[in-house]
Design a protein. Structure first.
Length: 443
């Protein structure tokens, strides 16, 4: 297992550092917005959830390419891997442009479906308008990310994270509050700062890819222009279950926000703050999940059934270690953490229970991330969609009962999320173990 831990960390640490820097930047962004008002925080929370859902769904579609390319790389089929990547680079951008048009022209459709309060929906729409250009960059960004993961050359992501985050923080300070002679744009300034910073980060990564000569699977410009649609459709076929799974999870989260909007505007703001804090640990564990998927696919391509199981065991050990550290921090300084984002004394007083619940939630959530990556690496991406559909239905049903039927509040919703993650974690572990035992018996 030691050798796999080293391989996992070699892939995961650069992505982890990049994502950690990005999440810290997002937290600072929320600190700035929180200084405006809790209503502004709620508006951004309502807007950013479906926006990031859309973006993560697109990255999830690319998961199919990661599976196919890593398996081809493991089987030493380099031409197949390059052809798949070329098709991905070419056709992924069309989807990104379509998404850009939707969020630029009609974001109000999503926000009204979510039940965003009329008092803040204008700010949510403004945020979406200024954020929308990011989707033009998402197609190529997802394609580059796939190639770097499989080639195990993810170190450039550190520079991506540092550059975009520093610029985002500086622009937040300038554009949100109107410093250095600029107009105070508030929520619109936060979105514009994110968009400009993302552009800088993507330019840096793209220049690295163009200049680098040690990316063994990098397709040429000619291969990209001449690539056929068929390889892309195959990656989409593999990626659709993961994208649908990711969408289903996020849809459940959006529904939770809709229920919290019925509780109060403040409840949606608290959810935005607390789960924003938890997201720091989630992206660290997600980086390990990315490495798990890449190495699992590689070992599957080599016909090494036990290797996949060892990768998963190593990854779960690392992810639960992160969860323990995170829970300890939440238990030691809960009021100081939430105090960064709001001056509401009632919210700060309830900080220990909020953060204790999400700290516990990290253990089953990390299990789902790692077990799911192992299942996909074995070549069975559709299973996780089935369990997530169960989880989303569970969330929708019981959150409706708790809020609409029993008029319960935010604590009940938080506990419901933990129950959902735990049930799916147990089911996904059973499935992974079942695949491993069956494949070993066949081999």
């Amino acid at each position: 297992m030691k050798s796999y831990i080293k391989k996992i960390l070699a892939i995961a640490i650069p992505i982890m550092l990049s994502n950690l820097i990005s999440q810290l930047q997002m937290l600072i962004d929320r600190v700035f917005i929180g200084k405006l008002s809790l209503e502004c925080m709620s508006a951004v929370g309502n807007a950013s959830t479906p926006l990031w859902t859309t973006m993560s769904t697109m990255f999830s579609l690319t998961t199919g390419a990661t599976i196919i390319v890593s398996q081809a790389y493991g089987a030493s089929e380099h031409d197949k891997a390059r052809n798949t990547l070329a098709s991905l680079f070419k056709y992924n951008n069309v989807l990104g442009f379509v998404l850009f048009l939707f969020w630029l022209l009609c974001p109000q459709i999503a926000f009204r479906m979510m039940g965003v309060d009329e008092s803040i929906i204008g700010m949510s729409i403004d945020y979406a308008h200024y954020f929308a250009p990011i989707f033009i960059l998402t197609g190529i960004g997802a394609s580059v990310s796939c190639m770097l993961q499989v080639c195990q050359k993810t170190h450039i992501m550190i520079w991506y994270g540092v550059s975009r985050s520093l610029l985002n923080i500086a622009l937040d300070y300038i554009l949100i509050f109107g410093n250095f002679g600029f107009p105070a744009m508030g929520v619109k300034g936060a979105a514009l700062a994110t968009t400009l910073a993302e552009l800088l980060g993507d330019i840096i990564v793209l220049l690295y890819v163009i200049i680098s000569k040690n990316l063994i699977l990098k397709p040429t410009l000619g291969q990209i222009l001449k690539s056929k649609l068929k390889p892309y459709l195959k990656t989409v076929k593999f990626g659709v279950p993961t994208a649908c799974e990711d969408f289903a999870w996020n849809f459940g989260n959006i529904y939770l926000i809709a229920m919290l909007n019925k509780v109060s505007i403040e409840a949606a703001g608290i959810h935005s703050i607390v789960f924003g804090v938890e997201l720091i640990a989630v992206v660290l564990i997600g980086s390990i999940g990315t490495a798990t998927l890449t190495l699992s696919g590689y070992e599957t391509g080599r016909k090494n059934v036990k290797g996949v199981w060892d990768v998963v065991k190593s990854s779960i050990l690392l992810s639960w270690g992160i969860s323990v550290i995170n829970l300890i921090i939440f238990m030691i300084i809960p009021t100081q953490i939430l105090g960064l984002f709001t001056k509401d004394t009632a919210v700060i007083a309830a900080a220990p229970i909020f953060l204790l619940i999400v700290g516990i939630d990290l253990f089953p959530k990390s299990g789902n991330i790692i077990f799911g990556s192992g299942i996909r690496g074995y070549g069975e991406p559709s299973w996780m969609l089935k369990t997530q559909l169960f989880g989303t239905a569970f969330i929708i049903l019981f959150s409706s009962i708790l809020v609409l039927g029993f008029h319960m509040g935010i604590i009940a919703i938080f506990c419901l999320v933990v129950i959902d993650e735990t049930l799916r974690c147990l089911i996904n572990f059973w499935k992974l173990r079942y695949i491993y035992v069956n494949k070993r018996s066949v081999s």
